[in-house]
Design a protein around this ligand. Sequence first.
Ligand SMILES: Nc1nc2c(ncn2[C@@H]2O[C@H](COP(=O)(O)OP(=O)(O)OP(=O)(O)O)[C@@H](O)[C@H]2O)c(=O)[nH]1
Ligand SMILES: [Mg+2]
Length: 463
Amino acid sequence: MSKIEISEPTIAAIATPPGPGGIGVIRISGDLALSILKQVFTPKNPEKSFVSHHLSYGVITDPDTGQMVDEVLAVYMAAPATYTREDVVEIHCHGSFLILQQVLALLIAKGALLAGPGEFTKRAFLNGRIDLTRAEAVMELLDATTTAKLDMARNQLSGGLYDKIMAIRQALIVCRGIIEVAIDFPDEDAEILDPDRMARDILNDVVIPLDHLIQAAKRGQVFREGVSVVILGRPNVGKSSLLNGLLRKDRAIVTSVPGTTRDTIEEVLDIKGLPVRIVDTAGIRDHAGEVEEIGINRAKAKLEQADVVLFLIDGSGGITSEDWQLQKLIVGKPVLFVVNKIDIIKYEPADFAEFCAGSAPFAISAKQHLGIEKLEDGLYSLVTGGDGWDPGHGVVPNVRHLQALAKALVAVHRVQDGLGLALSADLLAVDLQEVLDGLGDIVGETTTEDVLDVIFEQFCLGK
Ligand SMILES: Nc1nc2c(ncn2[C@@H]2O[C@H](COP(=O)(O)OP(=O)(O)OP(=O)(O)O)[C@@H](O)[C@H]2O)c(=O)[nH]1
Ligand SMILES: [Mg+2]
């Protein structure tokens, strides 16, 4: 009996975001893509149409009613030189959500299934066109909100991480080969397996590269996820003015009345590619009114979640007992002290040295926009380590990769220990396989179905 080939269903989805646009694109992928297109698309020039990878102009019509739906450009792309490695069709409609919905409904009536989130990219992965790190990079590329994230995603999409992981795996596969031979020929294993040499190879080709990737992942995390920065200070020191200064726009209300800001105000900044969630808070003081008190409690809650505190001091008022009170709230947090209103005082760092525990405060005028860039540089250095490390250069694994890398490193340390103790080859083989599997999870070779589902469900529809 011949084997019955069950092909994947043909899927379709709107690939462009909702809302009016110049064009809107619908994508179809699967064996039926071309036949479905032919049922709804009438080309202007039939002789030159449906040539693979060539656009043709024509109309989409409902074949059952004869109703014209849209004037479009359509392209058929024959497998395997396509995004999914299946037959793919793209229909470029006018960018009206209603038109796109109507065209999509026709395609579904003719046999396409509505694609799930990330299903096109998942097929590209399952059909072997891209590995899992590249599939994840597609999503990161689409979601990038800073140039640093974009650079990281581009690097990953062009195979930067994949190549590094595969090079490490290759070194491990060589070791595994030697170990397997040693298992098969136990009498000669002493000649086959040279533990010192293997330990040296594992250090250079596995441990050191793994360690580099782990360091890059840790450093890059802050560029992927951003940091939360809270501006803290007693009332009227200029917190809202500083928020506005950092945002370069009048976001928060500024008045000379202490207790102006009642609620917390959050905005997102991009400081040299570092995503910063900046929070302006109600000035903290005793004897506040009921509403202000709620704001103060919110400020304290935000403070607890903050990665960094900008402690703002009113230079014109000097340090007060309230400032000392407030300082007790920030113990254990990275803090940058900032003296504001230097436009109306003669700023002497020594006046603030005791309060700032020896670290020189940043001197600014939020109102006159003085010293803001320096403060941004200081914040960037504090968060990123300040050694000029650039996430846009080189490979920066994400959190999922980091977990797998860390696990692999633990297992590879066991291999190193085993070699040192001259453990038997079959014991070494078990740990070695664990490292290989951990790395396989990163590129998608051994990744379980449920993990894949979690990854692709994060995509939006049509991707
Ligand atoms: N001269 C001068 N005045 C400033 C500066 N920054 C803020 N101010 C003034 O200080 C007053 C308070 O500023 P805000 O930014 O509202 O202060 P705040 O810390 O947010 O105050 P609350 O919300 O009440 O806690 C306003 O009158 C501002 O114009 C500055 O750099 N120089
Ligand atoms: Mg304020």
